[in-house]
Ligand binder design. Structure first.
Ligand SMILES: Nc1ncnc2c1ncn2[C@@H]1O[C@H](COP(=O)(O)OS(=O)(=O)O)[C@@H](OP(=O)(O)O)[C@H]1O
Length: 364
């Protein structure tokens, strides 16, 4: 009897029932797709003079498209000011009322993993980039000759010594120019180790454990010399489309400003930056292990596909940009963002997020 009644009810409401089932199924599909497509939060530790601005630009574009919430510095566009403090959670600007968590953190800082973990969600993906240490130091020296005290002193001496560059004067006796207690000298020795929060002044017994901790923290350490391969691995990790991997090399010097390194200079650079050499070698090996896990053939194929896409990725040194006038609005926006310098893009995103301009650097 009860069975007949139930069957009759089901038959009577069959259309409504079917609609409810379809509605619930669509909702579940939508939710599932959203969960599958949504990206994990990202921390990109932007090391100095390693190609980091190029990666940051890509993350800025990704975040803007996703309407992500950025963990911005409270002052200016770098957490690393004032030097030489390691990152602290209170350096971050407030979480906007409309957001439940920070999604991206990619401004310059000196790393303190535990402090970063206080403001980023537990499922955050950690990424950074390293560059061949001798080239990195040469670039750091060139860019900061007039601002890092140790380099400035060497530059003054070089002005009185005939035919000697500031770099070669510095490397002849770096210890005589370098005061480890001077806070502004942080990047003057082993700059990448400094950015990663390691003891960058000298090797100590905690180094192996510190390296292991970094290995466990970072899902990907990109290598500037293998930038395209690094990007493919980044794309796989962050579920980026090919178009989102397009890039132009930012912050590139004209070759005429790059000092060619002779053998003596190379040996001195290697000795002065021996911890960066250790760091780089360690992560270069790890990089190729990751590449092998991905599949080397697959990696090469994906690099070819990425570089062959319309718009392409950069393979030449571009020192200035002019965006063509005959592009659609969407194309113009894309190209403009591709070449927007760090400070300007940061200011643009900060304004979008908070509806106000970012604060100037603290003066005291
Ligand atoms: N894609 C790619 N691959 C390899 N190298 C690259 C790449 N993009 C930028 N660069 C070189 O990196 C240097 C600039 O690094 P950053 O952007 O990190 O500089 S900064 O710290 O933000 O000022 C700068 O090095 P130098 O030209 O030697 O100074 C850039 O030429």
């Amino acid at each position: 009897m009860a069975f007949h009644w139930l069957a009759a009810q089901l038959w009577r409401h069959r259309v409504a029932g079917l609609m409810v089932i379809m509605g619930v199924t669509s909702l579940l599909i939508l939710l599932g797709t959203h969960l599958l497509q949504s990206r994990a939060p990202v921390v990109f530790l932007k090391t100095h003079k390693t190609g980091g601005s190029t990666v940051q630009n890509l993350l800025f574009r990704m975040g803007e498209k996703d309407r992500a919430t950025f963990a911005f510095p409270y002052y200016t566009y770098q957490f690393s000011l004032p030097f030489p403090f390691r990152f602290r959670a209170e350096f971050v600007d407030e979480l906007p009322d409309s957001s439940s968590q920070f999604d991206i953190l990619c401004s310059h800082m000196r790393l303190d993993v535990e402090q970063v973990k206080q403001i980023m969600p537990p499922n955050t993906t950690y990424i950074t980039i390293l560059r061949e240490p001798l080239q990195t130091f040469e670039s750091v020296f060139s860019y900061y000759t007039s601002t890092i005290p140790a380099f400035t002193l060497a530059k003054k001496v070089a002005e009185t010594a005939e035919h000697k560059s500031a770099l070669s004067v510095f490397l002849e006796s770096p210890e005589s120019f370098w005061d480890p207690k001077e806070p502004e000298n942080g990047l003057a020795k082993n700059p990448m180790s400094f950015d990663l929060g390691l003891n960058s002044q000298q090797w100590n017994s905690s180094w192996p454990a510190d390296l292991t901790l970094l290995k466990e923290t970072f899902q990907l350490v990109m290598i500037a010399e293998h930038f395209d391969e690094s990007l493919v691995l980044l794309g796989a990790l962050l579920k980026l489309e090919l178009e989102e991997l397009a890039y132009l090399r930012l912050n590139t010097r004209s070759p005429k400003y790059v000092t060619l390194l002779d053998d003596i200079t190379k040996a001195r650079l290697r000795a002065w930056n021996s911890l960066d050499v250790l760091l780089y070698d360690f992560f270069l090996k790890l990089f190729w292990e990751k590449a092998e896990q991905y599949g080397l053939e697959r990696l090469n194929r994906d690099v070819t596909e990425m570089c062959g896409q319309e718009g392409g990725t950069d393979s030449v040194t571009i020192l200035g940009y002019q965006i063509q006038g005959n592009l659609t609005k969407h194309e113009q926006g894309f190209c403009m963002r591709l070449v927007l310098p760090e400070l300007q893009y940061h200011a643009h995103l900060y304004f979008l997020q908070y509806g106000r301009d970012m604060r100037a650097a603290r003066t005291e």
